[in-house]
Design a protein around this ligand. Sequence first.
Ligand code: C2E
Ligand code: MG
Ligand code: MG
Length: 326
Amino acid sequence: MVARRIIGAVAESLQLEAHEVVTTSSIGITVFPQDARSADELLRNSDIALQHAKQNGKNGFTFFDAAMNAAALRRMALEMALRAALEKNELQLHYQPQIDLHSNRIIAAEALLRWQTPELGAVSPAEFIPVAEDTGLIVPIGAWVLRTACRQAVDWLADGRPLQRIAVNVSVRQFSQPDFVASVVATLRETGLDPAALELEITESVLMAQADAAVKTLAALKRIGVQLAIDDFGTGYSSLAYLKQFPIDRLKIDRTFVQGLENNVQDAAIVNSVIAMARSLGLEVTAEGVELPDQLAFLRDSACHDAQGFLLGKPVPPEQLSALLA
Ligand code: C2E
Ligand code: MG
Ligand code: MG
């Protein structure tokens, strides 16, 4: 009740000269002595609860609970370990094949980060990529990913492996670095990879977040000659008006639609429409997350270009992809 009264009082609008100003507030609450006994710990708890209150939408209050503490501690541990991961050589790239549905051959591979630490075990990218994003560590890590994947592709091509391109994921933070395009140019030069053999995957939410800036960056990347793909297509807010302005080569249909194919009429309609739209815009389409033969058959019938998924090949260490390519 007190928290609600405070938020209500703060929320009353103020008149500042000609302007009416409205303030919102968020409150984190911890309880003595249940949650903690020392002042330091109480303050830390209330701060953790405050972060949650803000995440739950502002203008509210949240009580601390022990699970929050566990989550916050896990995050701190991840953050500390991630700072050292590059130097300690704990990061690795795995490669997942992409199959051309016409020839049934592997024509490309997507590089996917793997992180294994002695202390924390294997940590999934879904957990550590957001931490890398928030801390800015994604910038050096992303540079390492790009360099490693380009080098690997150069090796495969030198060995005569039939690979048309290597796909690398690019995060928001990397993409919006002012020197991102320059760093891609430098990496291509350093590794000697043909720009046309590199595909950068960017999620649609990244592009739509700053669409006008994104159009410029994409155009600059296109001028260097790299391929551009929109990852997880269909999950974010896309504007078709922007889609036609983005100089992209490929849409990757998110796996949630592919996995809904057999039971969900709407998903089938969406997949069909995305393929048809991409084709008429002159874009290639890759379906992600193909796990079942029926899904593959559907995609073939819909004239989808490429597919990727556990049915066709899981992400594997480079030696194993090498063998598959051979
Ligand atoms: P993504 O780029 O959409 O990658 C595809 C994810 O789907 C991968 O998860 C892959 O292992 C998984 N996957 C592939 N086929 C199937 C399937 O048939 N069924 C299911 N259920 N899953 C499948 P992963 O490796 O855990 O990566 C998750 C996400 O983390 C990626 O999604 C990407 O957004 C991000 N990520 C991974 N590596 C990097 C990286 O080097 N840089 C950046 N910025 N992000 C990365
Ligand atoms: Mg991807
Ligand atoms: Mg994806």
